[in-house]
Design a protein around this ligand. Structure first.
Ligand code: ATP
Length: 353
């Protein structure tokens, strides 16, 4: 048996390496960036390299496909990126790609580059785009990556766990100052139309109240809870608000006012408590991916390449009950992302005493 450069027998090569008709695949990142995208790119490139496939990286998502921005990637090009947030391939949104002409250009460029399989790392918009490229010798597989965790048919998408941890860190810090001044802090987090970030971070961070679009609420109830918390001797309260709750708020909200400011003003007027607002913004997109996100990205990246090698196309690889499962993209588009409302109930119970 041949001994590798480190003296270990190269046992990994026996039985694991697969033969494939495919010679060249490409990978791109699209939509909003999410921590862990780099770990997914690394997994795609190294899995492909292991199975002796060539890999091209496409810069700037679909924009780069149309403008022929291909770069060669090899196992060394993805060294030292597993721990970095953002995406080395950059991300972009492309209006041009949504037109038939744009899509035809993209297909032409993929063909010219000899690409037979494309891995698209992004959100559901990116997957809709990917499906337009499928056919006539081009296979596509999607990997869910968005901090919002709003993609159905996967329990988690890459980036979500890191963002939740970022929010928790901020809540910890706010808690210190909130306790010292006995104030109420209203913290607004991202998530677009979905409340996953607020729910998970609220439960893990011990927020007194969590306001998410998926659960109806009344601001009067929120005030009542804050008053009873005060009567129980709570030194401070944290109200976590998902940015998407706007629709649930009562009329009278100024268009320029974020959800958090509206909640804070209401609470202040109704209860007289001193209230402060923190709107977290883009800090939530950055940072080193957590172990969970790196592991998820590694598993999904590897599986995406294997699926292309198996001749499969038009799927999203996701994680369900800790198992990697592939779902046809058409089905992903039809499903609604579910939310475990038991988490909301639990957070409510734990924070109300
Ligand atoms: P995020 O959840 O972070 O926003 P996303 O992948 O949903 O990620 P989008 O901006 O919706 O982000 O989509 C990314 C790109 O995919 C768009 O700029 C566009 O080029 C392409 N795209 C989106 N929807 C479609 C569609 N229906 N048909 C073709 N292309 C699309």
């Amino acid at each position: 048996m041949w001994k590798g450069e480190y003296g270990f027998a190269e046992i990994a090569d026996i039985g694991y390496r697969r033969a494939s008709r495919m010679k060249t695949i490409a990978v791109l990142t699209s939509g909003g960036d999410a921590p862990g995208m780099n770990a997914a790119i690394r997994a795609v490139v190294r899995t492909a390299g292991y199975h002796q496939l060539n890999v091209l990286g496409v810069m700037r998502g679909f924009h780069g496909l149309i403008h022929d921005e291909f770069i060669e990637l090899n196992p060394r090009s993805v060294a030292d990126i597993i721990h970095r947030g953002g995406t080395i391939l950059k991300s972009a949104r492309s209006q041009e790609f949504t037109t038939p002409e744009g899509q035809a250009k993209a297909v032409e460029n993929l063909r010219r580059a000899g690409v037979e399989g494309l891995v698209v790392i992004g959100g559901d918009g990116s997957f809709r785009g990917a499906l337009r490229l499928q056919g006539d010798g081009i296979s596509v597989i999607g990997i869910p990556a968005t901090i919002d965790n709003d993609i159905p048919c996967t329990d988690f998408s890459i980036g979500f766990d890191t963002t939740v941890n970022t929010v928790i860190e901020v809540i910890n810090k706010i808690r210190d100052t909130a306790t010292s001044h006995e104030r109420i802090y209203v913290v607004e987090v991202m998530g677009r139309h979905s409340g996953h970030i607020a729910l998970y971070a609220g439960l893990a961070g011990g927020a007194e109240t969590i306001l998410i679009p998926e659960v109806d609420f009344s601001l009067d109830d929120v005030c009542e809870r804050l008053v009873s918390g005060y009567e129980l001797g709570k030194a401070h309260s944290i109200v976590l608000v998902a940015e998407g709750v706007g629709g649930n708020l009562k009329a009278g909200r100024s268009l320029n006012e974020s959800s958090a400011f509206h909640v804070a003003n209401y609470v202040m007027e109704k209860t007289g408590f001193e209230t402060r607002v923190t709107v977290l913004g883009h800090i939530q997109r950055g940072g080193n991916p957590t172990a969970n996100d790196r592991i998820l990205a590694s598993r999904l990246g590897a599986r995406a390449v294997e699926m292309l090698m198996e001749g499969r196309s038009g799927y999203m690889v996701g994680i369900i009950n800790n198992e990697i499962k592939a779902t046809p993209l058409e089905e992903v588009f039809q499903q609604e992302k579910s939310m475990d409302l038991e988490f909301h109930r639990l957070a409510h119970i734990l924070a109300s005493q």
